[in-house]
Structures are given as C-alpha cells and as structure tokens.
Design a protein around this ligand. Structure first.
Ligand SMILES: *Cc1c(COP(=O)(O)O)cnc(C)c1O
Length: 388
C-alpha cells in the first residue's frame, strides 16, 4: 500500500510541538496489533499509554459506539440519560464497596482535579500531599501534585499548599501529615515514575494516618485500573479502602473519559461547585458500559494476572547484563536498565514491538490485556535480542 500524503510532515508543520514524536504513522488497530500506513504490523505493548486494555477496536465496543452514535451523542448532565444511569449503576457495582458516588469527566487529569476539589471542599483544609516520582496529570492542579520538575518548572507558580513526600517512606509521611492536610494522593504502582510498586506498609500506613488525622486518601488508578495489574483495581491487592478512587485511561475502551468514585468519608460536592460540558456524555458512557462488559466476560483481569506472571518470569530469566531489575504486577511491567532506554525502544520498534519509556532508564510494557501468548513470546524474543 503506497500513500501519497506525508502525514508526518503535516503533523510536524501544524502541531504544537509538545510531543517527542517517533517517526511512525499508525492507521489501524485490532486486539494487540497495530498497523502503520505501509501495512506493517506491530505488537502493541503501549496500548496508547494504557488506554486499550480490552484491545484496539474490540467488536463489542465498536458496536456500542456505532449504535449510540446513531442514537444520541450529547446530553448535558442537567438532564438524565439512559446510558449514563446504566453506567453509573454498573460501574459502582464493580468498585470496592462504599465507592458509590461518581463524577464523570473526560481525562485522567480532570479526574485528579475533581478529587482535589472533593478533598478541599469536604475537609475545609487545603494541603495536598503527593509522592516524589508521582504522576497525576498536567493541568495546573494535577500538575501541582505531579513530581517531575521538567513538567512543572515552566509553569510556576503552581497551586499553593501541595507538598511531596518520598514514596514508600511511611515515617516521612507520618511527619508530613498534619491537621492542615486535606488529602494524601498516591498511585498504588507509580507508572510514569518508573513502574514502582507501593509497599503494603506504606499504602496501608497512609490509609491509617489519613483516618487518624482527618485527611482523605485519594488513590490514582488512572493507569492501574480496569484489570491492568491482574485485579480489577490495584488497591484490591492490598485491601485498600480509598476515600476517592481516580479513574480514566482504559475506562471507555479508548474513548476519552475519566471518573472519580467517592466513598463515605469523601462527602459530596455541593450543587454548582463543579461540572463538565462533555462529562457523562452518552457516547462515552455507552463505550464504557461495553468495556466493563468485555472485561467481565473475557475475564481480562484474571488474564492479566496469568499472562503477567508468565511474562515477569521470562523477563527475569533474560541473560542480559544491561538489565538492573524487572518489576511490576499483572501486565504493567518495568524493565530497568543500567543505561538509557530510548535506543532499545527504537530497536524494539524496528523488530515490530512498540513499548514505552517510564523515566530515562525504564522500558515499560503495558500491552492490551487481550494480547495472545504467541505475541507475548515474540515480545520476549525481541527483548532478548535487543538487550543482548
Ligand atoms: C495518565 C495518567 C494521568 C493523567 O491522565 P490524562 O488522561 O493524560 O490526563 C493521571 N494519573 C496517572 C497515574 C496516569 O497514569
């Protein structure tokens, strides 16, 4: 297939320039496979940064979108809607008990903003504690909780009363939480920060300290949710009971959507204090309902657990001196190298495997949970070859 249009030149000419681009144009996807404009296939271990948990263009999600697009695309939240009502019911039935008040928005960073607002409004306090190496998005409120200086520096001053504590250091958190703390905002496994799992002691300790001192525990599962780590929610591995659970990425099979689920300690947002024009639109709600149904019927969280365990073992057995550590949970895996990851990501792409970085030295694998065992074996073979 020969194309006459130079898509890369068009994007380069007109796009803002904020993205470091790879010279690859993707035009089609199915399951864990993507195709470029020349028809070359790639095994997708990026899933749009962890968006495509049910795979690209899952037929059930496609059908739901097609049907809803022909029925009703937009409907403001001041009116009731059938798809929204059913999604709220079906999603809350899936969430850890007590998290049954939902606010719908359109992205992860918006969901984080909503969670911060819930914390400040319901506690009457202002301080938000987040973790070093944490990532929570790029709008100014969420960015104030994000750690990476490269993302923050050009935009100072950020929102006041945010502070960062070392991740997995419960004593530092104990010192930092005071009577002024509205909330502690944490990932269960830090994704962008290098695929770093939180310890039981730290996360459960954070929950205990929040309860003792009247702060809310906001758990950001934008990347770890919807089966990614081998359970529906990563907080289930530790029996965590967040006061607010933050969701996005895979929630609607690739259609933009975010959500927060608020538990009994979270209180509610008063009428008119928050909102979103696109939030809870019927198209995204229908896509999310289909996505939940696919995760359930195809037992994708269980698949992520078994495929991830196999992959982790294979990767830990790779005889490469370049690997410092392999870590992760389910199909969220980080391979920390002793050198920069970028050349290896490029080498993997040349062998037909798309992976992600997570910081300068970590190769991150976030494949669709539907990835086949043949594809996983091919990924291991490609990594073995490039990391020799
Ligand atoms: C991706 C991500 C976000 C931000 O989501 P966007 O949809 O890009 O705004 C927030 N938190 C975590 C943990 C993420 O991985």
């Amino acid at each position: 297939m020969q194309t006459t249009i130079d898509y890369r030149a068009l994007e380069d000419r007109h796009a803002s320039g904020v993205y470091a681009k790879r010279p690859l144009t993707i035009v089609q996807g199915s399951g864990a496979t993507l195709w470029d404009e020349t028809g070359r296939a790639y095994i997708d271990c990026a899933a749009g940064h962890g968006v495509a948990n049910v795979g690209h263009c899952h037929p059930q999600v496609v059908a739901a979108i097609q049907e809803q697009a022909a029925t009703l695309i937009t409907c403001q939240e001041a009116l009731y809607n059938d798809q929204r009502a059913l999604l709220l019911d079906e999603l809350s039935a899936r969430l850890p008990v007590g998290l049954d008040r939902l606010f719908l928005c359109n992205s992860g960073t918006e969901a984080v903003e909503a969670a911060i607002k819930v914390a400040r409004a319901s506690t009457g306090r202002t301080q938000i504690l987040a973790a070093m190496r944490g990532f929570h998005g790029r709008t100014l409120g969420a960015l104030s909780a994000t750690w990476e200086q490269h993302y923050r520096a050009p935009f100072q001053p950020l929102v006041p009363d945010f502070a960062h504590v070392p991740y997995n250091n419960i004593d530092a958190l104990d010192t930092a939480i005071t009577g002024e703390t509205a909330a502690v905002l944490l990932e269960v496994i830090q994704g962008e920060g290098g695929v770093r799992p939180g310890s039981d002691e730290f996360l459960r300790g954070a929950q205990r300290l929040c309860r003792e001192r009247g702060a809310l525990l906001l758990i950001d599962e934008v990347q770890t949710g919807f089966g990614r780590t081998g359970r529906w929610w990563a907080c289930e591995h530790l029996d965590l009971e967040p006061d607010v659970l933050i969701l996005a990425k895979s929630i609607a099979g690739g259609v933009p959507m975010g959500a927060i689920a608020i538990g009994p300690r979270g209180g509610a947002l008063a009428v008119g204090t928050h909102g979103s024009t696109f939030g809870g639109n019927p198209l995204a709600c229908a896509a999310a309902r289909a996505t939940l149904s696919v995760l359930q019927t195809e037992q994708l969280p269980e698949q992520a657990a078994s495929k991830g365990a196999w992959l982790l073992t294979q990767l830990r057995n790779l005889p490469s001196r370049r690997i410092r550590e392999v870590r992760g949970c389910g199909l969220m895996i980080g391979i920390e190298l002793r050198e920069r990851a970028a050349p290896y990501l490029q080498a993997l792409q040349e062998r037909g495997v798309l992976a992600l970085p997570a910081g300068p030295t970590v190769i991150r694998l976030l494949p669709p949970l539907v990835i086949s065992s043949e594809q996983l074996a091919a990924v291991v073979a490609a990594l073995d070859e490039v990391l020799q």
